[in-house]
Ligand binder design. Structure first.
Ligand SMILES: [Ca+2]
Ligand SMILES: [Ca+2]
Ligand SMILES: [Ca+2]
Length: 451
């Protein structure tokens, strides 16, 4: 938050030109550094235990389980357009997760009773939350994390999406069987469109020309033309349709219904296939990977995420288990680049010897090179070792550890929390810069004192 409140106005011209030089050199750093991809990751809200599970969709492994404040019931979530934040609706509040560290940065922004879908404006400035039992949409300023406006829709709003140009918000009202269209500038309702019984989720085509509404009690999907704000098609699907997602190009719409995921061809607005789920699996929501090749379905009972192939419409691989959970909403981030940084475990020790049984700390330096400025790293974001332990003192210090005249960042990590075991040959570090660029690095080590 500190970086958002920091003033960026620069008065005198000498400082302006210096600012330009540093921007240019920062760009040179980025161009010269090697990049590796991070993600994409699926974030799954677990309504049972108040957690959000993070799945690396390259490997389908659960890489983190994030605990939200006690008593919260995570339901739906949305990723910010830049991929740095996930907003989770938790029952009566909104929580914010930092995707660089997979930690909760804002535990609770109270917005009202019965929070459902969340949408983030294309510029990342505002979060829109459907608040079912208050009959309204609450608008949160993401820089101050404060409620700035509410728009009364009535009719128990559940699903909600914003147009890609950020001009309008479409809201499905479950009780009144309508969709409200909110003008984002005036924050007023400019149209109310009747759909069928009990609309739940609301999706938008990537180009913003179509809105899809799953009518839970009518076993149908309504298609709205956003140019005319009229229903242009109603498509029959299975019983109790709920969560939906489109392919990245918008060619297909996936609708979770009773025992399957219905596949709709959006050019003809017809049912073109089905992904059959195993028996007695209660599905809730679906998200399509950014490359469009796979879909991820959350299953309430038994608690898991199933993966299907969009080419064959069949479930593939093993289920991803969400231990003891009740998976609800799912959202997938796009892949982000990680800058490869140079590490020196135990500066001045050429052997990098580590005793895994030690109760002490391991010093690790992130080196400043021609390609990377280590002083730009935010020490609080850094995690080290197999277990991803944070910096032992919550800060780092700057020191030129290799005598090349450039300041390096020195951090300390508790050996017993690092997860380094006898026989390990290297250790990894991840983190982010103060401007949100992801970093990753590793160095060799030699375990000692193991006999
Ligand atoms: Ca959806
Ligand atoms: Ca060393
Ligand atoms: Ca140095």
């Amino acid at each position: 938050m500190a970086k958002k409140t920091r003033s960026t106005r620069v008065a005198d011209s000498s400082r302006t030109s210096r600012g330009r030089v540093s921007v240019v050199s920062a760009l040179l750093f980025l161009c010269a550094a090697r990049l590796t991809a991070a993600g994409p990751f699926a974030y799954v809200a677990d309504g049972g235990f108040g957690t959000v599970s993070v799945i690396d969709i390259e490997t389908n492994a659960v890489i983190a389980t994030i605990s939200l404040p006690a008593g919260t019931q995570p339901g739906q979530l949305a990723v910010s357009p830049d991929g740095t934040r996930v907003y989770v609706s938790t029952g009566n509040a909104l929580a914010v997760i930092d995707t660089a560290t997979n930690s909760v940065v804002v535990p609770s922004i109270p917005v009202g009773l019965g929070t459902r879908s969340v949408a983030i404006s294309p510029d990342g400035r505002f979060a829109y939350v459907a608040v079912q039992f208050e009959g309204r949409v609450t608008i949160v300023d993401t820089t101050t994390n404060a409620v700035v406006a509410t728009v009364n829709t009535g009719g128990q709003p559940t699903g909600l999406k914003m147009t890609p140009d950020g001009s309008r918000v479409y809201v499905a009202n479950s009780l009144s069987g309508t969709v409200s269209v909110i003008d984002a500038i005036t924050e007023t309702i400019i149209a109310t469109i009747p759909v069928e019984y009990n609309p739940q989720d609301l999706e938008m085509s990537p180009d913003g020309t179509r809105v899809y509404v799953s009518n839970f009690s009518a076993a149908s999907v309504s298609v709205i033309d956003t140019g005319s704000n009229m229903v242009v098609a109603t498509i029959s699907v299975g019983f109790v349709p709920s969560g939906m997602d489109t392919t990245p190009t918008g060619g297909r719409l996936y609708v979770v219904d009773n025992g399957s995921v219905a596949v709709i061809d959006t050019a003809t607005n017809t049912l073109s296939g089905r992904v059959t789920l195993p028996p007695f699996h209660t599905s809730r929501d679906v998200a399509i990977a950014p490359d469009g090749t796979r879909g991820y379905v959350t299953i309430n009972t038994p608690p898991r995420v199933l993966v299907f192939e969009t080419a064959s419409n069949t479930v593939v691989g093993d289920p991803i288990l969400i231990e003891n959970g009740i998976p609800e909403g799912i959202a997938i981030t796009t892949a982000r680049d990680r800058i490869a940084v140079t590490l020196d475990i135990k500066p001045r020790d050429i052997n990098n010897s580590v005793n895994p049984r030690s109760n002490g700390v391991i010093p690790v330096a992130i080196l400043t090179t021609g390609a990377f400025d280590a002083t730009a790293v935010d020490p609080l974001t850094v995690r080290f070792g197999q277990q991803g332990t944070p910096e032992a003192h919550g800060r780092g210090h700057l020191e030129d550890v290799n005598g090349d005249g450039r300041l390096d960042l020195v951090l300390h990590f508790r050996t017993d929390k690092s997860g380094i075991k006898c026989g390990d040959g290297n250790a990894k570090l991840t983190g982010a810069t103060v401007t949100g660029s992801l970093i990753e690095g590793q160095d060799l080590l030699l375990t000692v004192g193991c006999r």
